[in-house]
Ligand binder design. Sequence first.
Ligand code: ADP
Length: 328
Amino acid sequence: MEKKVSKIGVLTSGGDAPGMNAAIRAVVRTGIYYGLEVYGIVRGYAGMIENDIFQMESRSVANIIQRGGTILKTARCKDFLEPEGRKRAYENLKKLGIEGLVIIGGDGSFKGAQIFSNEFDIPCVGLPCTIDKDIAGTDFTIGFDTAVNTAVQAIDKIRDTADAHDRLFIIEVMGRDSGYIALHSGIATGAENIMIPELKTDIYEIINTLQEKEKRKKLVNLLVVAEGSELGGANEVAKVLKSKMTHADIKVCILGHIQRGGAPSCMDRVLASRMGYAAVESLLTGTNINTMIGLVNNQLNYTPLDQAVKAERTIDFEWLKVVKILAS
Ligand code: ADP
């Protein structure tokens, strides 16, 4: 096989997600297996511009598949938005002879990669890594499964204390534009209702349902709210509920950044490993370059970087019905 590249770089960029390390490991080990030199770029595009780049060995990625975070660090980099910044980045890659890049990140990072690969002769392959699961061209993103399981474990614990005191808990999970964590964790924990950015929820209908449940002496209720729900986060929702249900014992719990950390789940490790392997194969053979590798119907799927954007808001109303019926 004719190798299209002999030196490649790997970086993690933008928002972090559990499983980034597993993806780095797969890229490094696959690259070395095929006789490539693999370079780690520190803090995403910032390290490319600042020449913070080092050669990685097989041992560099030992004992990381099970670790959250990213050994390469991640960052947001304003200078990469400017042509001068990208030119400096290119010159640094050129000096080292790096001929291809694997970008592990979200849609913003892919936008940067698309512009960079158009401007310079550096093919890029993206791996979708975000806890939000809202990227077009893939059924799953690296990090979602871990994050949602973290939320489920936390909400189960909240249910214990809610049950002990007959309380109504409003639990805020991550998701400024995306309701997948709220939807999945809400269903998996038997939440009474969920509120997500994709769908309008009638807060007064929720209040009516809760009041009706109160009459039936069903006092333990969980409301899972995505931080970007139409009404805002859990504190905003609590304000409205408290004003209408003056005698209810209402508490708020914001799960926050714990959802971004922790050991990646089996599913995220496998996903990252498959995608990392496929990314190196693409660069090596020159096929499917300048794409994002996704998984659709459990098959690898290649989406041009310019289409690897935030997915349309596609959560169906039927899901809310399922939540309500199952929690009645
Ligand atoms: P994510 O990859 O998690 O969506 P961001 O949207 O913050 O995170 O993007 C990560 C980085 O990608 C940005 O800090 C910037 O360096 C780069 N980037 C994003 N959009 C562009 C763009 N339009 N042009 C060049 N670089 C971009």
